[in-house]
Ligand binder design. Structure first.
Ligand code: BGC
Length: 352
């Protein structure tokens, strides 16, 4: 029980640490300071067998060499900003475009928070161990205005939840949108696709995307669509509708669901894997969640001889709706000096 540290390698001349958080139930979470990423999450199935339920790599080189944001903290702006352009207080900004992903700025650009080494503010070695990470994101980095001070606190609780608290302040107005990009496979990272995983999302609203993967300007009902997850449904039952426009544009499920007002803790999602009996519940006080089902994984070698294959995992990325700097009908992602950006997301593990 508690928290321990070991060396995990060196990036950009900076040492990277790997912290192991363990609770009284034996649940274990490994988090590294590179990208503030979760590297392993070991939780029991219905027979008490522990397995690692996130995709990733065995060593630091794997994370440095690949671009799928495995387990990482994402910022300064997660998800897409259309063509990397936005205007704030009359000034036009051009952020780098992630050519590998199309025409937009994605997940903070070429060197987002997933590719930086975070500092450790403190380690709390309690029954519910905590790791508090900080990052100074300098004015002008990846084209963003203002220096942003970020603090993310991971806590492993006694009820097998990973609580992630996100904080940020700035010295100039700037968009801020943070998330965690863990790829969950509740049968274990080595278990093939997640098409049998059953998802229930506690919202009937989503923001449809256009061909540029940005919201069309509508908050639409999921009723009658393949991504109506208001009742539990397998991922296969959604993606089999290849004739559907959103399924076609997003190559499957890669939709932004809308949960309304920020600041109220809500139950966002329940994911259930019938084979192992593992259950993942997601709670957050954010306004939206990108539900992404690994459509762009291309078979990169991963942990212990496994492959990061197409649809081998799903991500529950709590965040502001994509491209919100260009859509003033959406909750504002603009952080101003003197304000504090803050939200919390909880991933709770259990089994049937
Ligand atoms: C997005 C996908 C994107 C992926 C990159 C997800 O957050 O929803 O569209 O391709 O990140 O790994």
């Amino acid at each position: 029980m508690g928290i321990t540290r070991k060396d995990f390698g060196v990036v950009d001349g900076k040492p990277v640490d790997l912290y192991t958080l363990t609770n009284k139930n034996g649940m274990t979470v490994n988090i590294m300071t590179y990208g503030g990423a979760m590297v392993n999450i070991l939780v029991p199935d219905r027979n008490g067998e522990f397995d690692d339920v996130i995709l990733g790599f065995d060593d630091l080189e794997g994370y440095v060499g690949h671009d799928t944001y495995q387990g990482a903290l994402i910022g300064r702006y997660c998800n897409r900003i259309y063509q990397g352009k936005f205007t704030l207080n009359g000034v036009d900004y051009q952020l780098p475009v992630n050519e590998s992903n199309g025409i937009n700025h994605l997940h903070g650009g070429h060197k987002g928070y997933d590719k930086r080494v975070w500092n450790v503010l403190y380690v709390a070695d309690y029954a519910e161990p905590s790791l508090s990470l900080t990052l100074t994101d300098e004015d002008g980095m990846e084209g963003y205005p203002g220096t942003v001070e970020v603090n993310v606190i991971y806590t492993l609780t006694e009820d097998n939840s990973i609580k992630i608290e996100y904080y940020a302040t700035t010295d100039k107005p700037t968009p801020v949108n943070l998330t965690n990009h863990s790829y969950f496979n509740l049968n274990g990272y080595h278990s093939g696709d997640i098409l049998n995983h059953r998802a229930q999302l506690y919202t009937d609203k989503f923001t449809p995307f256009n061909e540029a993967f940005c919201p069309t300007g509508e908050i639409a009902s999921v009723k009658g669509t393949p991504y109506d997850f208001t009742e539990p449904k397998s991922i296969y039952d959604a993606v089999k509708h290849t004739e559907d426009e959103q399924i076609r544009i997003n190559l499957g499920v890669d939709n932004s669901f809308f949960y309304g007002r920020k600041g109220i803790m809500k139950h966002f999602a329940t994911i259930y894997a019938p084979e192992s009996g593992r259950i993942l519940d997601c709670y957050s006080d954010q306004t939206a969640m990108q539900f992404y089902c690994g459509n762009y994984l291309k078979g990169t070698p991963g942990k212990n001889g496994s492959k990061l294959n197409y649809r081998n995992a799903l991500c529950l990325e709590t965040q502001y709706t994509p491209n919100s700097p260009n859509n003033d009908w959406l909750p504002s992602c603009i952080l101003n000096p003197g304000e504090e950006y803050h939200f919390t997301t909880i991933y709770k593990f259990s089994h049937d």
